[in-house]
Design a protein around this ligand. Sequence first.
Ligand code: UT7
Length: 322
Amino acid sequence: MVYSRITGTGSYLPDRVVTNKDLEKTLDTTDDWIRERTGIKRRHVAADGETTSDMGLTAAYKAIEMAGIEVGDIDLIIVGTSTPDKIFPSTACIMQRKLGIHGCPAFDINAACSGFVYILDIANRMIQTGGAKTALVVGSETMSRIVNWQDRGTAVLFGDGAGAVILQACEKPGVLSTHIHSDGQYENLLEVPQGVSSGFDADRDGGPYIRMNGNAVFRKAVAMLGSASLEILAKNNIDKSEVDWMVPHQANLRIIAAAAKKLDMPMERVIVTVDEQANTSSASIPLALDTAVRDGRIQSGQLLLFGAFGAGFTWGSALVRY
Ligand code: UT7
């Protein structure tokens, strides 16, 4: 039996930091409100001209270095993003060119904030069925480009960044289990209501920017993150107490705390980066993972639970022996 294992992690955050105090100058909001309702203190914002593939590439090189592989060993590239550099080619193909490798499959997946759990699921299945041996799996987002900076309900919530993992075939798991779900009936609760086929029009639906019914999304996020975590533990016959670290999607500290409570998980065993990075969508789980691997909290052999929720709605979970 072939399994897959994370052998390297890497991440990247743009240099420019925008604090809540900075946002107070342009929006009818306060640092206190943002901290209290979301846990967010600051977010990173990409420089002009800095793209999703640029950020993904830096994260990828760090993961490649940690895994101790050569760039040429990579035989699959999957990028989770809803903010690609171009309509086509995919950001994964652009990264492939920048990495200087040729021929292996490279493609993007758009599952919004659940992107990383989706691409981990796909890469794991491809490795298990012999389609790849060394996959580069990247969540990268320039959310700042689809944020309406005049809308206090959403502008305070998002940030830019990238996280990457190298996933390699091995004899022992690794990735124990992944579960992904979606339900398109919630399309209008969280969306960028424009696109190629429906057309771009600055005067329609507030323009090509994120629109969200925050409260409804909040309630669903808590319910679905909790149920996805309980589902994966039950399917693998693993007790909640066996999980060493929860590495959740980072949208709001209150959502993370509510999901942790459902698992009786003390916050000391939950990786939290939302305070420093805000919601980086599909980049948030690999960013949090890399942060905790590099600061020594996550150790080899520990059991990790990833959980994500995003537009669609999409949601999912993964259990990983690091
Ligand atoms: O990755 C998945 C996608 N996103 C999420 O998971 C986000 C989910 N939603 C949330 O995190 C929360 O719903 C928010 C942080 C967006 C909002 O928090 P809330 O506790 O649900 O607040 P609310 O939407 O019920 O708004 C409460 C009040 C409203 O004023 P009124 O109507 O009570 O007078 C809002 O207009 O807070 C107001 N408000 C703000 N005030 C200051 C909304 N945004 C702001 C703001 N600053 N930035």
